[in-house]
Design a protein around this ligand. Structure first.
Ligand SMILES: [Zn+2]
Length: 217
């Protein structure tokens, strides 16, 4: 069984890399943000608590985050392991996680802020059918138009340079203590997230001493 944490700023390819890795090694990709949304959507007890905190304009506290994470991991649907994403977000959560679960490694996707800006600010969205585009990697065939429905493409409201810079600052501030803590335990593998997704994936597997190709493939 393998237990990994994946860390990286928005736009680092964290979701894509987790999906490829989990798909090939039968692990479960646990996105903690999605788990929160699931609770809220399904009106669970935890969901109600999360909603109450967020409606009051507060940040969800460590205890609640830990309950959500523990509840998710207690489902034990991860016989071959998991890759957790979006957690831990601060030093205390990292301590809790290290104590409760034996982590095999932390995949840290490294990418300069300038590259994040380039990637994120090139995103476009079709407000009509919800299709995502990227002017670098996933260009629409006709500039500014959705390939599927022909609607005009928009930039997401929170994909402005100012909002992105605020998110980057926030990310670095919160992540630094988590990374430092994990580094002291010598579990961090820094991986350059700038190359093509396949090359990044290969580098992750090499760092984790996983076979380049999944068994049976
Ligand atoms: Zn569309």
């Amino acid at each position: 069984m393998r237990k990994y944490v994946i860390m990286g700023v928005q736009g680092s390819g964290k979701g894509t890399q987790s999906e490829i890795l989990c798909g090939d090694f039968d692990m479960v990709h646990i996105n903690v943000g999605d788990t929160f949304r699931w609770h809220v959507k399904n009106h669970t007890k935890l969901g109600a608590q999360v909603k109450r905190v967020m409606n009051a304009g507060d940040l969800v506290g460590d205890d609640l985050v830990e309950s959500v994470v523990r509840g998710r991991l207690d489902q034990h649907d991860w016989n071959y392991g998991f890759v957790i994403d979006g957690f831990p977000r601060n030093g205390r959560q990292a301590e809790f996680f290290m104590e409760s679960y034996d982590i095999d490694g932390v995949i840290h996707l490294e990418i300069p802020d300038a590259e994040v800006r380039r990637r994120v600010l090139s995103r476009r969205l079709c407000p009509n059918c919800g299709m995502d585009y990227n002017l670098i990697a996933d260009r629409p065939e006709v500039e500014g138009c959705c390939d599927i429905c022909g609607h005009e493409l928009l930039t997401r409201a929170d994909d402005t340079p100012e909002a992105l810079d605020a998110r980057l600052r926030d990310y670095h501030e919160k992540t630094r203590p988590v990374l430092e803590l994990f580094r002291r335990k010598e579990v961090v593998h820094d991986v350059d997230a700038r190359p093509e997704p396949e090359r990044v994936q290969a580098a992750i597997r090499e760092a984790l001493h996983l076979p380049a190709l999944a068994p049976g493939k």
